[in-house]
Design a protein around this ligand. Sequence first.
Ligand code: DGY
Length: 326
Amino acid sequence: MTRPKVFVTRVIRDAGLTLVREFCNADVWEGDLPPTHDVLLEKVRGMDGLLCLLTDRIDGELLDAAGSQLKVVSNHAVGFDNIVVPDATARGIPVGNTPGILTDATADLAFALLLAAARRITEAERYIHAGKWKTWHPSMLLGIDLAGKTLGLVGFGRIGRAMAKRAVGFDLRVIFYDPTAEPEFNAAPMSSLDALLRESDFVSIHTPLNQATRHIVNADFLSKMKRNAILINTSRGPVVDQDDLYQALKSNQIFAAALDVTDPEPLPLDSPLLTLENCVIVPHIGSASEKTRDDMARLAALNLIAGLKGERLPHCVNPEVYESGR
Ligand code: DGY
């Protein structure tokens, strides 16, 4: 029996790559940087499956370049804004993602960012490296306490709920705004985003990126936050209008921001955000723990293999491809 041919757009962890190689003839892109779109167009030609990353844009042009034998696209991420899903659906191609397994790792990082911004940890470290630490001083690098404050979650899916759990140990009150979610744990629903912003000392974003959420954090949003509030974003960079965020941080309209994701990624070194002491930025490492990345690679491989076998993907973002009977 001929083995299916697949293109894997980066070296993923062995936990997944071994599975892919057992079942398929895999062409794996070995570069540290993603293949360019043109290279991708070449590489997918004639493939039965594609295992891609959030750095690869997958659209109708690319799916057509692959050819009508393409059976599955498996994204090595829970977010899938890099894929034009309707283009895949129109061609009857199931798209897989990796939900659930990166919930804890991402919530851990979001909480770490909250603490880093509140207690000015990255700024304090730079302070030492700059030779500014001369003595202990009662007013040196003062931050913000957590206990008794309010954490506002914009989006109350898996990661938002994991944040709510973590907040218990820090004596935070938790509120959320998400018209589609049921209240759970210690978290109280807010009837509007404005109400959430009015009450929150920490605002953490947990929405997917789509037309409705692009630049949801803009000048208007920031102007409704409390003066000493902190913004945390571990979702997708374009959810935040970075020019507006820069103005709000520069003028101390809010206390600080902490970002795991930026627009674009990587953030150019001349980004004004990098000049600010009150902006913590890390390079999209929400899911970057060994176990989580093993689990993501494994699930991405399982989605890919299921699609190649003509089986339902364990996690499919466009299940309507099965209903349409294509
Ligand atoms: C995802 O899976 O969408 C994350 O952003 C990767 O960490």
